[in-house]
Design a protein around this ligand. Structure first.
Ligand SMILES: Cc1ncc(COP(=O)(O)O)c(C=O)c1O
Length: 417
């Protein structure tokens, strides 16, 4: 049995007060709080090491290299990849998507399939490459609840399809796409799949061998890790074939000039993709975040969050004038609820009210289009109006959700017509 109350003690920020008011943080889908264990790992690097990994051969550099290698190993094990060579450190999901878009080899006339539910990071890098290389972008639409009809992928795919980019769990509807089925369809046509796991990885066990995903993209800052660090998982044979996107120091075995021509020889993955001195503290902190998640157990986290998500949905569904985005069956969503309130023009007004005008608490949610303008347009919501989004993580409590409900009920009464 996990002691969820004790878990909260690991997170210094949950105990913060601002203007004398305790905070209620319901914005973990944007950025998760960090446990002491992760903060300690970061401090260890800055207090005791502060050196580069990989390059220098002195003792501090050797320890840095050992710790970053160990962190890569932890991530590889956590997602069940075949080798640490399949894990590339990047800044975030966005950079991982850009890496795939710019490094995979595309030929004129080939197609990329994506959806109207994607975060901008999962589609803009591919839109650019489509324009640059004369490819075609096909869009599969989710329904208004954020759910896909698998037949739409079967109908969209053909022999020219090279890649499907799909958001695994949506940051607006909270729904999870049938990834394994989509991968099977793609592979039947010789196409690859890159999944956006920004909102999946923090909450559920990822198994890249089971899903057979070709590429997965993750931001560690949403999974209790430090800011500015994430990873790309890619099948090793694909990474080997791909051209590197960022080049420079650390990516090469050798560079020489012969007869006035430059001849670089690049390293094997993952190193050929990791140009320049890296975010060593971030990598070590990312390893500590994975250790922390595993010390609780991903199954326990998922089960706990299922309860909290249902509580959140039940708390919000009866608020006067509320319109919830995504499925009305809470078991089809995970960890978040996005919504609008009648008579309130912009979601920012809701977020400001909760942060500044609730008696006794500062409640923090996200407001805006959450980098999913196309899905907002599909729902008939202008991105400038946006939606409010409350999202939970393992440190939240049922009491916090109840306080949100009461605050929204008060707001609903204040603005009722
Ligand atoms: C579903 C989804 N994909 C991609 C991203 C982009 O993540 P990052 O900004 O860390 O690159 C986010 C961030 O909110 C997200 O929620």
């Amino acid at each position: 049995m996990v002691d969820w109350v004790k878990i909260r003690d690991d997170f210094p920020t949950v105990k913060r007060k601002i203007d004398g008011k305790p905070i209620i943080y319901l914005d973990s889908a944007c950025m998760a709080f960090k446990p002491n264990q992760v903060i300690d790992a970061l401090c260890y690097y800055y207090h005791n090491l502060g050196a580069c990994g990989g390059r220098s051969i002195h003792s501090l550099a050797r320890e840095t290299t050992e710790l970053r290698d160990a962190a890569r190993e932890k991530i590889a094990k956590h997602v069940n990849s075949r080798s640490t060579n399949e894990i590339i450190w990047v800044r975030n999901t966005t950079e991982a998507m850009n890496l795939v878009a710019n490094s995979l080899h595309f030929e004129k006339g080939q197609e990329i399939i994506t959806t109207n539910l994607e975060h901008h990071s999962g589609v803009l890098p591919f839109h650019k490459v489509v324009k640059r290389k004369g490819l075609k972008l096909k869009i599969v639409d989710a329904n208004d609840e954020g759910l896909f009809n698998i037949e739409d992928f079967e109908n969209a795919i053909d022999k020219n399809t090279k890649l499907i980019s799909i958001v695994h769990t949506s940051n607006v509807s909270g729904t999870t796409a049938p990834l394994e089925e989509i991968i099977k369809i793609a592979h039947d046509y010789g196409a690859y799949v890159v999944s956006d796991d920004a909102q999946y990885f923090p909450h559920k066990k990822m198994d890249v061998q089971k899903s057979d995903a070709d590429f997965c993209t993750v931001s560690m800052h949403k999974a209790l890790g430090p800011t500015g660090i994430g990873f790309l998982y890619g099948k090793e044979h694909l990474l080997k074939e791909m051209d590197s996107f960022l080049v420079g120091g650390d990516t090469i075995k050798d560079v020489k000039y012969e007869n006035g021509e430059m001849i670089p020889t690049y390293l094997e993955p993952p190193y050929k993709f990791e140009a320049g001195l890296q975010n060593y503290a971030g990598e070590i902190g990312a390893g500590a975040a994975v250790d922390y998640l595993n010390s609780i157990g991903m199954e326990n986290i998922e089960a706990r969050e299922k309860i909290l998500t249902e509580k959140l949905f039940d708390a919000l569904k009866d608020v006067q004038g509320i319109k919830i985005v995504g499925p009305m069956d809470p078991s089809k969503r995970h960890s978040l609820v996005a919504f609008k309130l009648k008579n309130i023009d912009t979601a920012g007004d809701i977020a400001n009210y909760l942060d500044n005008d609730v008696e006794g608490y500062k409640i923090m949610i996200r407001a805006g289009a959450h980098c999913t303008n196309p899905f907002h347009y599909s729902l008939g919501i202008k991105p400038s109006e946006g939606t409010a989004r409350a999202s939970i993580y393992l440190y939240n409590t049922e009491e916090e959700i109840q306080i949100l409900k009461e605050a929204l009920e008060t707001l609903g009464e204040l603005i009722a017509d």
